[in-house]
Write a protein that binds this ligand. Structure first.
Ligand code: MRU
Length: 371
């Protein structure tokens, strides 16, 4: 289902910040309704999505984006597709499972870097596998419960991350942030932006310095939008101004989200994140990565094992510009993420606590795994 099937246009009345409803199951349970992030901040458009291709497209074209958000979205999406199977009379476990696996593989192939997408789909698959001796009606009901649980857990994780994050700052601090790790990218508080929202609740003022985040401008379009809507003090800068504002002493810490953390603490996040970390080390500014613990992927030994998504050249050359800003024939290189070396990271803030170097040990200890 495409834009023409937008079900609601609500001007700018959406509540962003503490209670944005960026992803929800439709009342008839036949669709997932999302706030289309690709149209923000200019238009607040909700899309009702029903088909596998629309789910894939919504993730690929960043209508829904941010590592935790795409995991939550995929969980609801695969529930909707499973429910449809039931409606179509598929009550045979083996054929239900085969179709489920096909949908799972398809959704999982939409974007490679954020581990949350595949982890949440695996959680949903585990429900189907555990239901082998149950009816398809029961399995589908359990799938809905699991998707809701994933979303509820994310709300709680973001809240805990916000609390840990607040211990790292003091009233009046200037914080540089890159991309968007706020409520739109998660549920409720966000991760890297969570301390701003909780700080506001507690009367602690943090000033956000927002990198615009070329080429898709998640900072300018989404972070600035969320913070302005919520009345949080912020200033937008171009990505190449970060060094200057750090040199001017305006930045006390850097807060970013992330898409996947390797076992040694190397961290994949939006392209440009590693440049900020390198600058922060030069200016002796702490650089913090925020994520739910599920973003840690122990199967990646180092950042070199993390697949970096490549995106189309148009995002650099023409998107967001009235006229092309580069010759049509120029070749582009458009990696969507980069990996920040663990040595540049002051701490990784999760809902279970704050990990510091050596990450190989601290991540394992905190997340209760054995080496
Ligand atoms: O390409 P995007 O916009 O999905 O990239 C998102 C990021 O890099 C975020 O920082 C990350 O997913 C963390 S969101 C809490």
């Amino acid at each position: 289902m495409s834009e023409k099937e937008q079900i609601e246009k609500r001007g700018t009345e959406a509540r962003v910040g503490f209670g944005v409803e960026n992803i929800r199951l439709s009342e008839d349970e036949k669709a997932v309704v999302i706030l289309d992030q690709s149209q923000l901040p200019n238009e607040t458009v909700y899309l009702r999505l029903e088909e596998a291709e629309d789910f894939y497209d919504a993730i690929y074209t960043l209508k829904v984006r941010g590592a935790p958000a795409i995991g939550i979205f995929a969980a609801y999406a695969i529930f909707v597709l499973s429910r449809r199977m039931l409606e179509c009379g598929n009550d045979d476990y083996e054929s239900f499972l085969a179709e489920f696996k096909k949908n799972k593989a398809y959704l999982d192939s939409s974007r490679p870097t954020a581990v949350n997408l595949s982890k949440m789909l695996r959680r949903m698959e585990a429900v189907v596998l555990a239901g082998k001796n149950h009816t398809i009606v029961e399995i589908v009901r359990a799938l809905k419960e699991e998707a809701e649980k994933i979303q509820q857990e994310d709300i709680m994780m973001c809240r805990a991350i916000a609390e840990y994050g607040l211990t790292l700052v003091k009233d009046g601090d200037g914080i540089l942030t890159h991309c968007n790790a706020g409520p739109l990218a998660t549920s409720r508080y966000g991760t890297g932006l969570a301390p701003f929202f909780l700080g506001k609740e507690h009367g602690i003022t943090l000033h956000a310095w927002i990198d615009e985040t070329r080429p898709l401008l998640q900072g300018a379009r989404l972070t600035a939008y969320e913070l302005c809507q919520s009345g949080i003090d912020c200033t937008l800068i171009c990505d190449n101004m970060a060094s200057l504002v750090m040199r001017e002493g305006k930045i006390n810490a850097c807060f970013v989200g992330c898409d996947r953390v390797a076992a040694n603490g190397d961290t994949a996040n939006k392209i440009g994140t590693s440049s900020i970390a390198i600058l922060a080390q030069y200016y002796k500014i702490p650089f913090y990565v925020f994520c739910p613990s599920e973003t840690v992927d122990f199967s990646c030994r180092t950042g070199a094992d993390i697949e970096i998504e490549m995106r189309p050249a148009e995002e650099i050359k023409t998107k967001f510009f009235e006229r092309a800003v580069a010759p049509a024939e120029v070749r582009c290189y458009n990696p969507a993420f980069d990996v920040t070396d663990h040595e540049l990271i002051t701490a990784i803030v999760t809902e279970k606590g704050i990990c510091r170097s050596p990450y190989k040990k601290s991540l394992h200890r905190l997340l209760q795994k054995t080496e």
